[in-house]
Design a binder for this molecule. Structure first.
Ligand code: SF4
Length: 387
């Protein structure tokens, strides 16, 4: 005999306007428990739903077989949905990088997408003893995710800036990009080396509360380590100051998108520098308590002729040294984008720049561009649909 839907107190609260239901994905175990208790269910049902969404990566309410069938029927009858983001389109680069257009559930406008990028790194021979039946052709990987659709910061070298800010993503939409990519790539949380970088579309510190709520979900519910997460900011000083007060067990590492060695050049390529010049930025970064051996990353896009000259490297070295911060510099040769009037420096220019920093005792790395052919590289995310 088929079970009838249970006669429960309605769960029909929190319905978004227009009759659309907001996703369950994004609520933590505690909020889910409160929701279930309000509907006359035991609190542990909320934990079971959290476990199903964040650990088992189930995507449909009827799949949550730890819940009794009448409760599943009730949730479905009331149109509750897990509502995890989905991949609407995927582009694969010759270097293995995959760029995804991610679509959101609930009241998110149809057809609206943000971008996430999967960057696997091959086994360089150091970890060639993979004996697990879990076959994969990467030994570590990085997932780059978006915190907003578009961006208001208007860095002159960035393609995302051309979109302007369309909206903030919710915590569930930010964390959902991660879980969707982990699921697609069959990542084993706690066993595979996967880093997260909040460096996709948007400025995370202009969507601070949702960004940090996403981090809490990813740490507490999904089981990822904040030490494997890095957030990059263009230099939103009040955001950095708040970030400095986050508990260490929830705080990702910090990267500053610096890109210039002085205020004059920085203000030209990053108008945000008018509001928060370099000295204010460095002062704010100094307030962030670091873990043992943790370093601040300064990201520096090399723009041919604009920021890549030897005098820029010397000035940058002085700036980093004077800051007194344990820091490293990541150099990124500018990735070309349509209608952006900058030039990509030659590899030898980037190497010379790196050499000057290293001679001055500053750890400096040249980041290899990933997925340039599919517009997945840094500063290239703009919902481009060409592969
Ligand atoms: S570089 Fe980052 S902060 Fe600057 S416009 Fe692009 S997405 Fe926004």
């Amino acid at each position: 005999m088929r079970e009838k839907p249970a006669q429960l107190v309605s769960l029909d609260v929190n319905r978004a306007s227009g009759g659309l239901r907001e996703p369950l994905f994004g609520l933590d175990a505690e909020s889910l428990s409160k929701l279930l208790v309000a509907a006359g269910e035991p609190a542990f049902r909320g934990k079971q739903i959290a476990e199903a969404m964040y650990r088992q990566w189930l995507t449909e309410v009827p799949e949550i077989t730890t819940l009794p069938a009448p409760l599943r029927a009730k949730l479905s009858a009331e149109s509750w949905q897990i509502g995890r983001p989905t991949i609407a389109c995927a582009f694969k680069s010759v270097d293995g990088t995959e760029r995804y257009l991610v679509e959101f559930a609930g009241s998110a406008p149809k057809g609206e997408t943000a971008e996430a990028v999967w960057m696997p790194e091959g086994d360089d021979g150091e970890a060639g003893d993979e004996t697990s039946p879990h076959e994969k052709d990467w030994s570590r990987a990085t997932i780059c995710i978006s915190s907003q659709i578009g961006c208001a910061v208007n860095c002159q070298f960035c393609l995302t800036a051309k979109l302007g800010l369309q909206r903030n993503l919710t915590a569930g939409e930010i964390a959902g990009q991660v879980v969707t990519v982990l699921d697609r790539q069959a990542v084993r949380v706690g066993r595979d080396r996967v880093n997260l970088v909040f460096m996709g579309m948007g400025e995370p510190f202009l969507n601070y509360d949702n960004f940090m709520a996403a981090v809490r979900l990813l740490v507490r519910e999904v089981g990822l380590s904040p030490r494997r997460m890095t957030v990059s900011t263009s230099g939103i000083v009040p955001g950095i100051e708040k970030f400095a007060r986050e508990p260490l067990d929830l705080r990702p590492k910090l990267a500053i998108s610096l890109n210039a060695p002085n205020d004059a050049v920085r203000a030209e390529i990053m108008p945000i520098n008018h509001k928060w010049p370099i000295a204010a930025l460095i002062n704010a970064v100094r307030q962030v308590p670091l873990r043992p051996r943790e370093r601040i990353t300064f990201e520096y896009v090399l723009l041919g002729g604009v920021t890549d000259q030897p005098e820029h490297a010397h000035e940058l070295a002085r700036l980093v040294r004077r800051s007194g911060l344990p820091a490293k510099v990541n150099l990124i040769a500018w990735n070309p984008g349509p209608d952006i009037p900058y030039a990509t420096p030659k590899p030898e220019t980037a190497e010379q720049f790196q050499g000057i920093l290293m001679d001055n005792g500053i750890p400096a790395y040249i980041r290899q561009p990933r997925g340039r052919d599919i517009f997945a590289a840094c500063g290239q995310l703009k919902r481009t649909v060409e592969a």
